[in-house]
Structure formats: C-alpha cells, structure tokens
Design a protein around this ligand. Structure first.
Ligand code: NDP
Length: 490
C-alpha cells in the first residue's frame, strides 16, 4: 500500500460535507469610541454626534461627528490656507511622493481597512480584501504617477490646480470612492474637504491616520462627517471651487440646481440601470458567472450593476435554469466570514427601499425567485432575487433598486437588444456577452453607456475612465480623463 493510500484510509472523506465558518479576526482594527472631524491636520471636537453601526448585527461601533455649517466652514478655511500656503506651489514630484506614500501605507494596512470596511458597510470581507482596498491603493499609485507629468497629459494647455475641492461620497464603496476623489485632486495640486456617507464614515476616519503617517501637510485633506445637511453645507460653502459628487440622481440634480450660475465647477456620478446582454453564441457558464458578479457583487449596491438582464430568446431557458442553480450556491451571511458571497444590506432605509420595489414587481405581475437561504435574525438582509416575466414598463425594470435584485427580459435581434438596453433615463454601463468581436464593436457603438464591458462585468482599473451619460451624470473619474475636472486648462 502506498503512503497516499494509507493516509486516505485513516482520513475517510466525510459523506456529508458540512460548512465551517472562516471568520476574519476583527481585533486587527482599533475603533475609537468617539471621533471628531479631521481639520487642518488635527481632530476637532464635534458640536453634535451620532452613532454609526454595523448593518450586519446592528451593533453600535462608534460615535461620530455631525458637522455643522460652521465646522464645514472651518474645514474649508483649512483647505484654502493649505492651498495658498504651499501645496499648490510645491514641486509636482514632491506631491507625487505623498501620493506614493499613501498608496504604500494603504497596502501595508490593507487587512485593517478591509475588516473595518466590512464591519461598517456590511460587504463581504472577500470583496473589501480583494477589490475595495487593493483598488484604492492602485488609484493612489496611478495618480502619483501623473502628478509630475501634467504637461504631457495636456500638452500646450498650461494645467493649473483649481483650488479647494468639496467632495461628497456614498456608502457603497466608502474607501474606494474616497480614493477616486482624493487621488486625482491632490495629483493636480488641489486641496480637499471630503464627506463620507452618514452610514459608512469609519474607513475615511481611519484614512486620516494614513495621512498623518504619510506626513501630508496639514489642511491638504480635511474630512468632516455627517448626513446630507453636511453635504449641502460643503456644496454651498464659500471657498469651495469645485464640487465632486457621487450618489443618487435626485441629490445630484439638487446640487446642480444649487450651483447653477455660481461659477463653481461640478462633476456628478449618479445612478444607473445597466443592461447585461447575453447573445446565443456566448459561453453560457461564463456568462452566468458574469450575471452573478454583475448584480450580486456588493449586494447590488453598485451604480453600474447589471440589474437588467437581456437574454436572447433562444437561450432563455438554459440561462435561467443555470442561473437559478448558481444562486442556490451563494452564501449569504456574516460579512466577516471569508466564505460569504452576499453580505448585509447597508442600512434599514436601503432595505426598505429594496422591499418596496420588490413588492411593486410582484404586484405588477413579474414572477419572483429566491433560492432557499436562511437570513440572520439581526441586521439588514435581503436574499438574492431574480424576476422573470418582466415588462419594460415595470418599476423594477426602470428604477434603480440598488440591491441584489435582477430583472430578466428577452430580445430576438441585436437591434432589439440595443433598443431595450437604451430604454432608460440612465447611461452608465452595459455588458455584452458574445463570441463575435465584430458584434461587440457593433453593440458598443450603439449602447448609450459610459462603460461597455465585453465578456466580463464590473471590472475596474485606475487607468480606465468611468462615468455616465444622461441621468447618470457627467465628468469622468479614472485615467487621464479623471485629472481634467481638477485642472484649469488654458
Ligand atoms: P444620496 O445621494 O443621498 O447620498 C450620497 C451622498 O450625498 C451621501 O454622502 C449623502 O449624505 C450626501 N447627501 C445627501 N443629501 C445631500 C444634499 N442635499 N447635498 C449634498 N450632499 C447630500 O444617496 P442615499 O444614500 O440616500 O441613497 C439613495 C439612493 O441613491 C439609493 O437607493 C441608490 O438608488 C442611489 N445611490 C446611488 C449611488 C451611486 O453610486 N450611483 C450611491 C448611493 C446611492 P448621507 O450619507 O448623510 O445621506
């Protein structure tokens, strides 16, 4: 008998494989009891506070500040002083040095950030560890590289920084959206006042420690926390030269109205209702993985989520069958468990919005499917959901649900696919699955979407510009294009 056979005999394969949780240790990250606002390189005591929680357990995590108009004004003053007193004047390669340092520190402290992001936001640790944090570091690395090459990026146009950037970000990718905002702003020589979302402030507050470690001059980046009122105060503050906003179309429109005629620059990255289009010649198993990644990644809290699936009629049945089978294998539960595929919904408010839209889908006549899965009792949860029998006019096919809910529609010809895909007020992203390169190009030319993925979905890279058309906003983030909103170009 060989050694291998002997070992096998001693450790027989269990007949019934049971699942063993693999929780990530949470003691790597130290959460303070109370946080102030980070202004001028120091913590200032907040006049008012609220409690931030873990959406997976409703456990309180920390007290954080609710910044008032006066506190926002203090942060803007600090950013103005830093802009006028050195930051905009230091040599570009010196600026790059700070950005490189921030990127390196994020890499070194990646586990800490991943755990905190999953605790406060509810996303699976697998995603924060493998996507959010590495991409955030990659963004700082990428823009560090541009800081001393702006003249090459925009030849003959004398690029100069704008001044103070007021930046407002959402709760779906807290650290990554911070990186998308801060890295290009600093590379271009601006200073920043940033507000994270009310429900997910903790990674931005931990990031202040990275800024200290990197010895970034005081006031170059200021972080104030709070709800929509704090965001509105940033938009309205005198001394802010440019506003960058990511969030809902509704708030984006309000900001645009507020800023009309003020001369402040604006970029908006808003909602989406992307079509993920599967042709009958696509590799179906790969496409099913793409569908799952397109809508269940980050619980569907993704502006570019592939929330409308368009399937060519001839392959409708096998696609739906394979998809349902795949859904039954998704693990929903503790975000800190390394096996988890779908984590917690970010807030009670968002859960209620998803429930309301799903109920409307059933009332309008769509057929719902949810795989059997046991949801935790505490916290905010929603099972991965598929709707079939969906008409284009249903709310679930028109409105952004921002949750793990997929609506399936069919088409017969490529022309019909384009028409249905473009039948939305949004225009952020789309996916095309086919083996024909010529068809990919044909579709990409006709889809009114800022990003078109081919035979993949939700793939991001700092060098690739991202942004929308129509009600999905304007301006680009990422790539050389992402520098432009932060520069005066003559
Ligand atoms: P919001 O647009 O309200 O939030 C985005 C950011 O803007 C947050 O930091 C928010 O603060 C802030 N904010 C809120 N009101 C104002 C204001 N009047 N002026 C300036 N800033 C403001 O999105 P919600 O969190 O309310 O989510 C609502 C819906 O929006 C979701 O269901 C989803 O459909 C969509 N959404 C889309 C996102 C995207 O990336 N496209 C991201 C997030 C949401 P606070 O956190 O306190 O509300």
């Amino acid at each position: 008998m060989t050694d291998l056979e002997r070992t096998r005999e001693r450790t027989p394969v269990p007949k019934d494989w049971t699942y063993a949780p693999a929780p990530e240790a949470r003691d790597i990250v130290r959460i303070e009891k109370r946080y102030g606002h980070y202004v001028g390189g120091d913590w200032i005591e907040p006049s008012e506070t609220y409690t931030t929680i873990s959406p997976a357990s409703e456990e309180p995590l920390a007290e954080v500040g609710q910044a008032s108009v006066a506190e926002v004004a203090r942060a803007v003053d600090a950013a103005r002083n830093a802009f006028g007193n050195g930051w905009s004047e230091i040599s570009p390669s010196e600026r790059a040095k700070y950005l490189f340092r921030i990127a390196r520190i994020l890499q070194e402290r990646s586990r800490e950030f991943a755990v905190l992001e999953s605790l406060n936001g509810g996303k699976p640790i697998r995603e924060s560890r493998d996507v959010d944090v590495p991409l955030s570091a990659a963004h700082f690395f990428y823009y560090a590289g541009w800081a001393d090459k702006l003249e090459y990026a925009f030849p003959n146009r004398r690029p100069r920084p704008i001044g103070v950037a007021g930046q407002i970000i959402p709760w779906n990718f807290p650290l990554l959206m911070l990186a998308w905002k801060i890295a290009p702003a600093l590379a271009a020589g601006n200073t920043v006042v940033l507000k994270p979302a009310e429900t997910t402030p903790l990674s931005a507050l931990l990031f202040c420690d990275v800024l200290r470690q990197a010895e970034l001059p005081p006031g170059v980046v200021n972080i104030v926390t709070g709800d929509g009122r704090t965001g509105a105060a940033i938009v309205e503050a005198d001394g802010v030269d440019k506003v960058a906003f990511t969030g809902s179309t509704e708030v984006g429109k309000a900001i645009q109205r507020e800023l009309a005629g003020t001369g402040k620059r604006l970029t908006l990255e808003l909602g989406g209702k992307a079509a993920n289009i599967i042709f009958d010649d696509a590799a179906l198993d790969q496409a099913v993985e793409g569908i799952v990644n397109g809508i269940y990644f980050n619980q569907g809290h993704v502006c570019c989520a592939g929330s409308r699936l368009l399937v060519q009629e001839s392959i409708y049945e096998p696609v739906v069958e394979k998809l349902k089978r795949r859904l039954a294998t998704l693990r929903v539960g503790d975000p800190l468990d390394k096996n988890t595929d779908v984590g917690a919904i970010n807030s009670k408010q968002q859960l209620e919005k998803i429930q309301e839209l799903v109920a409307s889908g059933e009332e309008e006549g769509a057929e719902i499917y949810q795989p059997p899965c046991r949801l935790p009792e505490k916290g905010y949860w929603f099972a991965p959901t598929v709707f079939t029998n969906v008409a284009q006019s249903y709310r679930i096919a028109q409105e952004e649900i921002f949750g793990p809910v997929l609506s399936i529609l069919t088409f017969r010809t490529p022309e019909e696919a384009v028409e249905k895909a473009n039948n939305t007020p949004y225009g952020l992203s789309a996916g095309v699955w086919t083996e024909k390169g010529s068809r990919i190009l044909w579709m990409a030319e006709r889809l009114r979407a800022g990003v078109v993925w081919a035979n993949t979905y939700n793939r991001f890279d700092p060098s690739s510009p991202f942004g929308g058309y129509k009600e999905s906003g304007f301006g680009r983030e990422g790539g050389r294009h992402g520098l432009e909103p932060y520069l005066e170009l003559e």
